[in-house]
Design a protein around this ligand. Sequence first.
Ligand SMILES: C[S@@+](CC[C@H](N)C(=O)[O-])C[C@H]1O[C@@H](n2cnc3c(N)ncnc32)[C@H](O)[C@@H]1O
Length: 215
Amino acid sequence: MDATSREAAMALRTRLQREGVPPAVVRAALDDVAADDRDAWLDLVCKLDEIPADDPRLPRGCVPYLPCPVATILDAMTQAALSADDVFVDVGAGMGRTVLMANLLTSATSVGLEIQPALVHAARERAARLNLTRVRFVEGDAVDSVRSVPDGTVFFLYCPFDAGRLQRVLDDLEDIARTHEIRLCCVDLPPIERPWLAPLPPVSVELAVYRSTRP
Ligand SMILES: C[S@@+](CC[C@H](N)C(=O)[O-])C[C@H]1O[C@@H](n2cnc3c(N)ncnc32)[C@H](O)[C@@H]1O
């Protein structure tokens, strides 16, 4: 990353720590950064360094932490038309990179569900440092905790676990979709076939976005 982008990231972090920064300002700052540098830039803004090692107790079928690329998150946010009125839920949130980015760029209430306690601790610390009050992290297996976000409107899944857990989460999302429309952003997952989910036209091979129809 060049010195200008590095300084811009540090300046934005300082400003976030002192006062709220409107999403349009964060977006303009991100747009100024070269595409190849955006991941490092976001990590610098949010201080997403010192990633804790994956917990050896991670249950079978649960995928270890790997942060989603900024470009993919941006595509998902655009295709799902994420706005300040949404409740964004990252199912398997890791250190919170996607949750923090969704909130910073839109002001949407953003929730991370994460099974690894050390990652939840690190994510909460980052959100607190940036004074992000509409961000929260729920520790535990998302199979149990997805029901704790019944007002969720945009659900994001970056390949968090195997098909067995995914089907159980989809069952709970179906219940949520009975109360209001939801969008589902899936990264690096096989196509999802549920009669109440309609795929939107794809914009990339790794990302699929669905909109719920009335179950
Ligand atoms: C591929 S990473 C995705 C990281 C994050 N979504 C992002 O966009 O940067 C998968 C994450 O899912 C978490 N995970 C795996 N199984 C889980 C489960 N059953 N419940 C909650 N989180 C889980 C892992 O600990 C890991 O942090």
